[in-house]
Structure formats: C-alpha cells, structure tokens
Design a protein around this ligand. Structure first.
Ligand code: COA
Length: 262
C-alpha cells in the first residue's frame, strides 16, 4: 500500500497516513487504502490498540483532496461524502481503541479523521480546523456532526462557520484534544497511552468503548441498559475471575498481572 502504512509495535498497530507530497490529503485511493488497513487492524488478533498519525512531519492530514473534489458534480460529491462518512463510522465503531497522534495540520477531513478516533493527542505544531466554508462547501466527513458532540455547539458553530484554524493549546482548552506534547514526545506519549490500555483486560476495554460509543447516541436509561449488558458479559470471562482473584490474593510476591484477554 502506497498511501497508508501499518506497522506493528508489539500489541500496538501504528497506522501512518503516508502521502506527504500532498500533506497526506485524502483522495479516493487513500480512503480505500485506509479502509483496508482498518480491516487488517480489526482482523489481527495481535493488535490490541491502534494509533493513527501522519508522515512527513508537517501534517496529520490536510483534508480531503481539493484537486480531486474540484471537478465533482453533486452526485460524485455525495458519493465521496458517503465514502468518507462510512469509513469514519467504521473507525469510530472499531472494536479496538484507536488514538489519533496529531502531528501537524488536521484540517477538514484531517480533523474529521482525528475526531472519529477515541482519544486525540497533539504535538505542539498541530493545527485543527474545518476550512470548508472558505472553499464554498460544507464539512462532508462528519465535521458538522462530531465537532459539536465533542466541543459543544457554540464552539463547533464558531469553528465551522468562520473556517478559522485552532492551534494545539486552544484545542486542548476546548476539549478537542486530551494533551499537547513537544513534537518529538508525541509518538512516545501515544505509544505509552496505547500500551497502558493494552495491559488491561481487552474484553472489558472493548465492552467499555462500545458502551461509551452507544451511550453517546441515546438517552441515559437506554445507555444504562447497554452498560448493564457490557458489565454482565465481563462476568463470563477468564479475565474477570483472574483480575478479581489477583486483587483479593494478599500474596505480595505475586508476578505482574497479565490478562489472557479471554
Ligand atoms: N488537497 C489536495 N492537495 C493538498 C491539500 C488538500 N487538502 N493540502 C495540501 N495539498 C498539497 C498542496 O496543493 C501542495 O501541493 P504542490 O506541492 O503540488 O503544490 C502540497 O500539498 C503542499 O501544500 P502547500 O499548500 O504548498 O503547503 P503550505 O505549508 O504552504 O500550506 C496548508 C499548508 C495546510 C495551510 C495548505 O496546504 C492548505 O491550506 N491546505 C488545504 C487545507 C484545506 O482546506 N483542507 C480542507 C479541504 S476540504
């Protein structure tokens, strides 16, 4: 695959958007490659957590490919928007957690890609934004939907309607990213976070993610019912028995806790 790479670092799958000559912009070919890589991450039992980042040091992803979109008619535009939305919904609903390590421009489709991930970390050089109205279009890969859910409608309206950029410190202030790191510390921090998640019981991790994701789409009582299902599922696992007996075992000499993820 030319435009999207997948590298395994132990139980972590590192996905790199690799089209630096166009600041990793999302053309159709890149979207298709990313879709295939996400399928590989989901199918690979050795990968417990994924990280997505950008190659080239300047951009995470500088948006959907403007050159490709420039000649679209409305039918082609609808198809392109559907392709992006379907992919980002797939990412959001992956069973495995995925962290965006945003190392530069995350504009338009880049911000939308980051927002479809579960956790966003940023380098000090990260720049976020939805520049679409300045190009005569609307955000088309989830920007009109996810941004308001993450930062609230007032902030989302301001960012989308002004098309202005949001630098890393402000992105943290408004809750668009969890943490900001010096550029060279971003990937180590993302890997550390991923490893910390990977060290926990994976059925419980995935059920927790699913309950949070489903709960964001519904009322509290329905969400609580999803939570009860998730909680119950865990009591059929080896990890629940092991995790609780490990806690209750007072033998201080015991080896480090290692889950079987079953
Ligand atoms: N689509 C297609 N190509 C893009 C792109 C995009 N979204 N973003 C950058 N590129 C290309 C540029 O056309 C340029 O290609 P070239 O070298 O063949 O001319 C290359 O990537 C480098 O970009 P450049 O604009 O020269 O870099 P810069 O440092 O001057 O500016 C940005 C960086 C991110 C500010 C600027 O590229 C930009 O505004 N990009 C578009 C962002 C956007 O509107 N995204 C939302 C699209 S809906």
């Amino acid at each position: 695959m030319a435009n999207v790479e997948l590298e395994k670092q132990g139980s972590i799958g590192v996905i790199t958007m690799n089209r630096p000559e166009a600041l990793n912009a999302l053309n159709t070919a890149t979207l298709q490659e990313l879709d295939a890589v996400i399928d590989r991450v989901e199918a690979d039992d050795e990968i417990l957590v994924a990280i997505i980042t950008g190659a080239g040091g300047k951009a995470f992803v500088a948006g959907a490919d403007i050159a490709e979109m420039s000649t679209y008619n409305p039918v082609q535009a609808k198809k392109f928007s559907e392709t992006g939305n379907d992919l980002f919904l797939k990412i959001e609903n992956m069973t495995k957690p995925i962290i965006a390590a945003v190392n530069g421009y995350a504009l338009g489709g880049g911000n939308e890609l980051a927002m479809s991930c579960d956790i966003r970390l940023a380098g000090e050089n990260a720049v976020f934004g939805q520049p679409e109205v300045g190009l005569g279009i609307t955000p088309g890969f989830g920007g009109t939907q996810r941004l308001a859910r993450i930062v609230g409608s007032g902030r989302a309206m301001e960012i989308v309607l002004t098309a202005r950029n949001v630098k890393a410190p402000q992105a943290k202030e408004i809750g668009l990213v969890n943490e900001v790191y010096p550029a060279e510390e971003l990937m180590p921090a993302a890997l550390k976070l991923a490893q910390r998640i990977a060290a926990n019981a994976q059925i419980a991790v995935r059920e927790s993610k699913r309950a949070i994701r489903r709960g964001l789409q519904c009322d509290m009582a329905t969400g609580a019912a999803f939570e009860e299902e998730a909680f119950a599922v865990c009591f059929s696992t080896e990890d629940q028995k092991y995790g609780m007996s490990y806690f209750l075992d007072k033998n201080k000499e015991k080896p480090a806790k290692v889950f079987s993820n079953r």
